[in-house]
Ligand binder design. Sequence first.
Ligand code: NCD
Length: 356
Amino acid sequence: MRKNHLIDLCDLTREQWEEIVDLAVQISQNPSAYAEAGKGKILATLFYEPSTRTKMSFQTAMFRLGGNVIGFDNPQTSSVSKGESLADTLKIVSGYVDVIAMRHSIEGAVLAAAQAADCPVINAGDGGHLHPTQTLTDLVTLRIELGDLNHRVIGICGDLKNGRTVHSLINTLCHYQDIEFVLISTPELLLPARFKEVIHRSGCRYREVLSIEEAIAELDVLYMTRIQKERFTSLELYNQQKNVYVLDSAKLCLAKPELKILHPLPRVDEIEPSVDTDPRALYFKQARYGVFARMALILTLLSSQNKEAVLHGNTAGDTRCPNPNCITNLEEGTPLSVIREGDQSYCEYCDSPLKD
Ligand code: NCD
């Protein structure tokens, strides 16, 4: 783990994140045994972007561990509105609490925050980039409801370009054996090249298709996602993409009886409500498992002794990240950090490919 933060699950080894999943499953079987495990500890939830599930499941997780919670979900009511930098806010809050869960609309903002903090920082979503605690939730769901993850065909449908839950899920599932990803999206919302490269390097496979119907019969898991309206540059572009994918009972007739349907939620119209009563629909259970996943993560971070450095890359002189929504372009004192993989370089904060 980077120091003792959670920026992406892939900063951990598969064994390390599976220990957290194991603990989450144990907690789910006997939650009252953990009712005092976080006694005297404080979590801060710093949400610079809207959230229902993630924020409330973090809060519930900390309360169920016997701890306390402070935080904000409207930065306009905090000193951020007076112009306080991210680094200063994190320096201050991390002096008050034992662990911080943070969501921000800028890619790489949570990694930058972790560098300023004196306590563990958890990435609760950074722009369209990553969302590792949703992935932890997905892994707990799949462990309980599916079992072994190796040798599976995983369909991922919707906004693969902007969906941070998709990016974190792919980064993580690539560490299992013989996964075939079926990427279901329009040409406008394809998975970014960076994550295709991750699949390629892992030895797993992917193929891209345009419709749910052409893939659904072979899937073990179907991960539906919302078209991320807030990441589009115009309403017109969003309107062209919304409603393209709708999972309904007719399409499910083509699927395996043991298919697992996941969705990080919120849903807009990509899953018809009539699907909710299908035993293959797991998304409401998935949201409940998220509390156990976050309880396990908080406990792990509170007991972590790991002091590894936060950044792995090298600073890059005058080179700038090409992503205008990357923290390196938006927060002073956050220079680009370059990760080299083969003959390609990436921004460590937002994963954008860099030109040499
Ligand atoms: C997701 C997110 O915020 O990225 N929601 C969540 O945390 N469960 C998915 C989404 O907003 O579409």
